[in-house]
Design a protein around this ligand. Structure first.
Ligand SMILES: Cc1ncc(COP(=O)(O)O)c(C=O)c1O
Length: 372
């Protein structure tokens, strides 16, 4: 294609897309030699019974998946104790998040997120040409309710919060969320991606408040991040509108099969969840002996403040040199932290040994006690 022709093609881009730069070709995914603790996946294989369902679904590869995900929605509704018209299923909860942004935001509108939060939301707002308001409450286990209701966020088309929150791991009591939902006349999107690792959940509020949408995913607690299964639970009027703007066949037959099978065998994950919780405690203690400050987490990751002397980016790079991937966020207030997903015991031992090694050899090394 000639330069002139390419320029002509690009000049036809809609305003939002034309403001975004072309993505680079991309980097290869890290190979299996890396310990991957940067995106909060669950480190374990699917339970056998769920795996068998996924393999059997391959035999239906020549058919489109079920229209409107009806069977999966029915199964989720039965499992979560709500009517089927209260449920939307999607290709991961991020597809459902995208639908909410498309449904509610026009250029110039605003959306408010309790911050720091799941950064993907920033991009979704940008794609709608909307203003993204981040209402901060780092390290605090309570909601900035007054600011959300009466501050600049009062004009937001919807309010977003994750509970437990990513990347802080903090958990807000459900009664505080109920208070916000009851007081607000806006939609509140309660993202419960990590809720199976937490002490409570907001499911009982669905049906009581028409302005609440709960999002769930099987990516974290059900070890299905690569299969992409997510649900939204809320008022049928809202759910019906989201289903209406969803891509046809956005899920695939394997996602359907795994979704159904997980819903039928949620108890097969008890040991998995116990492991994550136990390991979370063990690594929290070990990291604090190594000079890190770790806030209690209610999710499958830890947000750790690194010892004085270096910032989070430095620790991320030092760990990557040892083939261990953790997350770093350049946002204000997070520069001195790393986020570490909870993996298998062997992965966490490798991580802790590397941290200990780095801390000993680093200039400004913190004073260490034993790993514990
Ligand atoms: C808070 C939160 N919500 C949603 C998601 C997306 O999950 P899914 O894999 O279901 O798209 C993530 C993934 O990291 C997350 O942290």
């Amino acid at each position: 294609m000639s330069d002139a022709k390419l320029r002509s093609v690009l000049s036809a881009l809609a305003p939002v897309a034309s403001q975004l730069s072309t993505l680079p070709a991309g980097q290869p995914a890290p190979d299996g030699s890396y310990v991957k603790l940067n995106t909060n996946e669950n480190p374990f294989p699917l339970p056998d019974i769920v795996r068998q369902g996924a393999i059997a679904a391959l035999e239906r590869q020549y058919l489109y998946p079920e229209d409107d995900n009806l069977g999966l929605r029915q199964a989720a509704a039965a499992s979560y104790g709500v009517p089927t018209d209260h449920v939307i299923a999607g290709n991961g909860s991020s597809e459902l998040l995208g639908l909410v942004y498309r449904a509610f935001l026009a250029p110039g509108d605003s959306v408010a997120m309790v911050s720091p939060g799941f950064t993907f939301n920033r991009k979704l707002a940008l794609l709608q040409g909307a203003q993204f308001l981040e209402i901060g409450c780092l390290d605090v286990d309570s909601l900035p309710t007054e600011e959300l209701l009466h501050g600049p966020a009062r004009k937001a088309k919807f309010i977003l919060l994750a509970n437990p929150n990513n990347p802080t791991g903090t958990f807000v009591p459900v009664k505080d969320i109920e208070h916000l939902v009851a007081e607000s006349d806006r939609l509140v999107v309660l993202d419960e991606a990590y809720v199976d690792f937490a002490p409570d959940n907001g499911l009982r509020l669905v049906g009581r408040y028409p302005n609440l949408l709960i999002l769930r995913t099987f990516s974290k607690s059900y070890a299905a991040a690569g299969i992409r299964v997510g649900f939204g639970l809320g008022h049928p009027e809202l759910i019906g509108r989201l289903r209406n703007i969803q891509n046809v066949f956005s899920m695939n037959v394997i996602g359907h099969a795994v979704g159904l099978s997980v819903l039928a065998h949620r108890d097969a994950y008890e040991e998995n969840h116990r492991h994550i919780r136990d390991e979370r405690e063990r690594v929290t203690t070990a990291l604090s002996h190594l000079g890190f400050a770790v806030a209690p987490s209610h999710a499958n990751f830890l947000l750790a403040r690194v010892p004085a002397g270096h910032d989070g980016r430095w620790w991320q790079a030092a760990l990557e040199d040892r083939k261990i991937l953790v997350a770093f966020f350049p946002d204000k207030g997070l520069e001195d932290r790393i986020r570490v997903s909870i993996g298998t015991r062997a992965q966490m031992d490798t991580f802790l040994a590397a941290v200990s090694d780095i801390a000993r050899s680093a200039p400004f090394a913190p004073r260490l006690t034993s790993i514990g």
